[in-house]
Design a protein around this ligand. Sequence first.
Ligand code: AOS
Ligand code: ZN
Ligand code: ZN
Ligand code: ZN
Length: 426
Amino acid sequence: MIIGKDIIQQNNKIEVGNFNSDFAYLSDKLTKSGANVSEIVNKIADFQVAIPSWALGAGGTRFGRFSYGGEPSSLEQKLDDVGLIHALTHSAGAISLHIPWDIPNDVAAIKEKAASHGLIFDAMNSNTFQDQPNAKQSYKFGSLNAANEEARAYAVEHNKEVIRIGKELDSKSLTVWLADGASFPGQLNFQTALSKTEQSLKEIYSDLPEDWKLFIEYKPYEPNFYSTTIQDWGTSFMLANACGERAYTLVDLGHHLPNSNIEQIVATLMYKGKLGGFHFNDSKYGDDDLTVGSIKPYALFLIFNELVYGIENNPNNPYPAWMIDASHNIKDPLEDLIQSLEAILIAYAQALLVDQKSLKDAQLNNDVVRAQEILQNAYRTDVRPLLKAARLQTGAALDPIAAYRNLKVRENLISERGLNVKATGL
Ligand code: AOS
Ligand code: ZN
Ligand code: ZN
Ligand code: ZN
């Protein structure tokens, strides 16, 4: 199924009347308060978030998985799904692949398909947290941190292979997320595990092309319940520094202990020019990988406030790579991703509304009340007309979920692909 611009335009007619009056009202209000509305709309229109290939089918928990009809079962179909989301939103212009789940058979055909949907290949993801069929070494007791030298070398080689595949696809980065750690005290020598990890990452880094970046993800728990070798941003930051200039920390929103001040972590990393990538999701308890903004939208806004500040004030920090890292257990994955994109752009737009000059002023005068008012004024603005304006500008759907349903996208996918297909991945 392909959704052309003409169909979207046709569909937008239902909504455009309401949009015009909502936008006129908001734009007038914001302009009076000194905001540059067209600049903000352009920034929203330009903001692109990568969709991970493994988020397009139904996820699951260790207790069960309920499949979703019409799931993509090949890399081509995954590209088609991201293409559909991008056509409806114009904010998902990239896909993030996972090796070995997404090894391309025909590189040229895959590149052509991606280009036909206007997609680029974002970060490549390696997988040393599972043993593949016919694996020559096991990662049961670790991969990049493994005490067993053969297993460690095998894991390093896998990452180099992922870089080779990514180069063919014109990807420009590698994300390393490790499950390495210990389930019980005494299982690992912390220092040895950390030094092996550092050595392995340096070996991978030495293979990184000049125009590539290495993103090092961290996570405090799960699957190793007692300790994880790269447990927090400090460990990731230290390892990135040990590797070199093109190695960065990647922040995944779900990878923190409860109540961590993620916005402060973002600020610290950007101050040092080391925030390379970002995984969006939301959670109630841990790494729940729920729809972005479904649980803690104010926290998301505060994080975006730091991201926007950092993008403007830390030229030493590269523009971060954005990705949604979520799991869809009961919702239609494509609808869930569209909801996530909406939440991301809402938080971004609200952060763009923060009056940075007045905020600085309030801070200098220790006017705590005023500082809070400034942030909350932005947060409490219904910015959705700005998102719609951006979408109208780029030929996307005013209301992407409504369009998805009106155009019967899922029904079409089910009739094309069948009811009982399973996406490759987690
Ligand atoms: C795992 O918890 C991490 O969030 C990873 O970023 C990702 O979900 C995994 O690498 C999927 O392959
Ligand atoms: Zn992640
Ligand atoms: Zn995660
Ligand atoms: Zn997560």
